[in-house]
Design a protein around this ligand. Structure first.
Ligand code: GAL
Length: 503
């Protein structure tokens, strides 16, 4: 605003100056003529001279009127500019105070006591009586430890029976019940806002099966159940819309055969074909197929028809996401080359395939679980390290062009304590949801995986803001922050401030 007012004054100023110069020039010539006229005053004035005098008077009038107009215009612009500036700074203040709530830094006094008193008999059988976890993360993953219990509490977020005091409060890590009172099964998921139905849809892996290891050294897994879908108007109370893409129980050659892998499903809407398009990670039990799968539906609540799987750009693809830009172009982002780098490629116009254009980035950085979002023309991404179900440190990245170059900003996690910040609050990124009414504010969606009982993995939803804490930007050049800071704030309990939705 300030620059707008400054700019208009400058423009006016530059008009005033030539105008005044022009007036002075005119007046100079006119007064020269008047002096000449004075010397001849004893003689009757010729018609031409009388006309000249009249035009002199009207020109003077015109000049003064113009000058007055310019002064008035300047004054008007100054006052309305100041008014607009007032309004915008007031709006900014309100916005800041709303967002401040989200940006409160909450410390955690959590102490790590290797409490070995209460041991789960199943864990003892699996790991042996004397097995000792080594680190906090080991404790967290060990279902017999008190640390594990602390991060997987039995308490639930219940949108139906929770009572007024708990309305709209997110409790990261608690069991999250749907509107039927059942735990939400939408892991590694993403959220689509559907403009037609003005509804949010949350898609994710339904992991409601038995956790087992296919091989002694393999990762814990559950058989494919399918992709669940939940709907909500407020991003808090979710109605189960069922399994919208089912696993295959009979055909062993099918990509979705239960012993294979279906992870990280994401859905976007194609405006040209009016189809909802789902992309997902498709793999075999040993994660060697490393492909993406595509499914399509006429409705956000499915059913989705599975189309095919492939290796995009003939490259391995494991953890992945898709991103639809403001201009309708969409992109696939995936971990490749043994998860050592990320790839990005544009989708075809119908979103059913990738085009040939692909760029590699964050090479040799070993990042996965990409979650992309955009703010004020800049693309941001949160990624995790590659440590299977174990939590690790998140990183934020930014780029002015989605195809890169991408730069790494640093760890976005704020609050909690060191171990919280270095483990992404004991979770792994999956998606970032824009909050349309709060510029620069988003929900960071992450999974707190429970490898001993994957169906009981939890959700960690926290506020993410871009541009907060300018003095603590994650990346500097010559002491100046290079990018706005991306921050994810730890909260034990938080809710969306009023006005988060612009409807
Ligand atoms: C993680 C990945 C998850 C899942 C898991 C299996 O690295 O982010 O989506 O694939 O490994 O071990």
């Amino acid at each position: 605003m300030v620059s707008f007012v400054g700019f208009s004054n400058y423009l006016l100023g530059s008009q005033i100056i030539p105008l005044q110069l022009c007036c002075a020039d005119q007046l100079g010539r006119i007064s020269g003529t008047t002096m000449a006229m004075g010397t001849r005053s004893r003689h009757p004035k010729s018609l031409a001279l009388r006309c000249y005098a009249a035009s002199h008077r009207s020109l003077t009038l015109l000049v003064w009127s113009l000058a007055a107009l310019v002064i008035l215009l300047n004054f008007h612009l100054l006052t309305t500019g100041t008014h607009r500036e007032d309004l915008s700074s007031r709006a900014h203040e309100i916005h800041r105070s709303i967002v401040r709530e989200l940006e409160e830094v909450e410390e955690e006094m959590f102490q790590v006591k290797p409490a070995r008193s209460r041991r789960n008999p199943r864990a003892v059988r699996r790991k042996g009586e004397h097995s000792k976890p080594h680190s906090v993360v080991d404790e967290f993953l060990d279902e017999s430890s008190a640390v594990h219990d602390m991060f997987f509490p039995e308490t639930a977020m219940d949108p139906v029976h929770g009572g007024n005091d708990s309305m709209y409060f997110y409790h990261p890590g608690r069991v999250w019940l749907d509107t039927d009172g059942k735990p939400i099964q939408a892991h590694g998921g993403g959220v689509l806002y559907d403009e037609k139905t003005e509804t949010y849809y949350w898609y994710g892996e339904n992991k409601d099966g038995k956790t087992y290891k296919a091989h002694t050294k393999g990762a814990d897994r559950v058989d494919i159940v399918g992709v669940s879908c939940y709907s909500s108007k407020d991003l808090w109370a979710w109605k189960n819309e069922g399994v919208v893409l089912r696993g295959e129980v009979k055909n062993v050659t099918h990509d979705l055969y239960k012993s294979n892998v279906l992870e990280r499903p994401k859905v976007i809407y194609n405006d040209q074909t009016s189809k909802y398009v789902m992309w997902m990670h498709i793999d075999d039990t040993n994660y060697t197929k490393a492909s993406v799968g595509v499914a399509v539906s006429n409705s956000p609540t499915g059913p989705f028809s599975y189309l095919y799987s492939k290796r995009p750009h003939d490259c391995e693809s494991r953890d992945m996401t898709i991103f639809k830009d403001d201009n309708g172009k969409a992109y696939l982002i995936y971990s490749s080359e043994d998860n050592s780098e990320l790839h990005i490629g544009e989708l075809t116009d119908d979103y059913l395939d990738v085009t040939n254009d692909m760029r590699s980035f964050l090479i040799a950085q070993h990042r996965e679980a990409p979650a992309l979002f955009k703010f004020e023309g800049v693309y941001y991404m949160i990624t995790s390290g590659c440590t299977s179900w174990a939590p690790n440190t998140a990183l934020a990245h930014a780029a002015t062009s989605i195809m890169g170059p991408w730069e790494t900003l640093g760890n976005p996690c704020v609050g909690g304590n060191d171990i919280f910040r270095s483990t992404t609050f004991f979770s792994q990124s999956t998606f970032v949801v824009p909050l349309p009414g709060l510029r620069g504010s988003f929900i960071f969606m992450a999974d707190r995986w429970n490898p001993s009982e994957l169906r009981d993995s939890r959700y960690v939803w926290l506020p993410l803001t871009v541009g907060g804490l300018p003095d603590e930007a994650a990346d500097y050049s010559f002491m100046f922050p290079l990018w706005p800071r991306v921050s994810i704030y730890w909260h034990r309990r938080w809710r969306l401030p009023e006005g988060w939705t612009d409807s």
